[in-house]
Ligand binder design. Sequence first.
Ligand SMILES: C[S@@+](CC[C@H](N)C(=O)[O-])C[C@H]1O[C@@H](n2cnc3c(N)ncnc32)[C@H](O)[C@@H]1O
Length: 192
Amino acid sequence: MKLQRVLNYAQFLMKDFVEAGDVVVDATAGNGYDTALLAELVGESGHVYAFDVQEQAVEATKRRLNELNLAMRCDVILDGHEQVASYVKEPIKAAVFNLGYLPGADHSIVTKPSTTVAAIEAIIKQLVIGGVIILVIYHGHEGGKEERNQVIDYVSSLPQKKINVLRYEFINQKNDPPFIIALEKIKAYPNE
Ligand SMILES: C[S@@+](CC[C@H](N)C(=O)[O-])C[C@H]1O[C@@H](n2cnc3c(N)ncnc32)[C@H](O)[C@@H]1O
C-alpha cells in the first residue's frame, strides 16, 4: 500500500467515474494522453470532446488517437475550453484539466485564470449529478500562482450541499509540485 502520486490519482479518478457510453471533456488536450485514456474508458458508445488552443497539440492528440484506433470516439477541437458550451450539447459525466503549459512547446502559451474559471463554470452547468471535474494544478510557472489562487477562490465558494470539492496534495514537497482539485456534483447546481 502506498499513497498515490498526483498524476496516478487523477487517472484513478477518471477510471473510477467514467463508464462506457459517457460523454466527457478533456479541457487541455496537449499531447493527448488523457484524451486517449478517456476514449478507452467511454468505449465505442461514448464520446470525448478534447480542446486545445495550439494547433501543435491538436495535431499531436489526433495522431495519438489515430495510432490507437480511438479517433472515431473523439472530437479534437482547436478552440479554448471556455467555449465548451458551443460544442458540447450533451450532459457531461467527467472533465479533466491539466493547467499550465505543454512540455516541449511554447511555454508562453499557458492556461489563464479567467478562461479556466469560465470553463469550469460552464462545465458544472452541464455536469450530470454524480459527475466529476478533475483539475491538475501546476503552479510553478509565471502566472501559475495567480491562476491557482483564482481557481481555489472560485471552487471554495461552491455550495457544499451541491458540490463536493476535494484537494489532493503532498504538502511537504519542494518546487511547487502539482496538486489535484476534484469537484463532484451531488445535487442540481446552479438552479436547474
Ligand atoms: C499541461 S498542458 C496539457 C497536457 C495534456 N493533458 C497531455 O496529456 O499531454 C496544457 C495545455 O492547455 C492548453 N491551453 C491553454 N489555454 C487553453 C484554453 N483556453 N483552452 C484549451 N486549452 C488551452 C495549452 O495549449 C496546453 O497544450
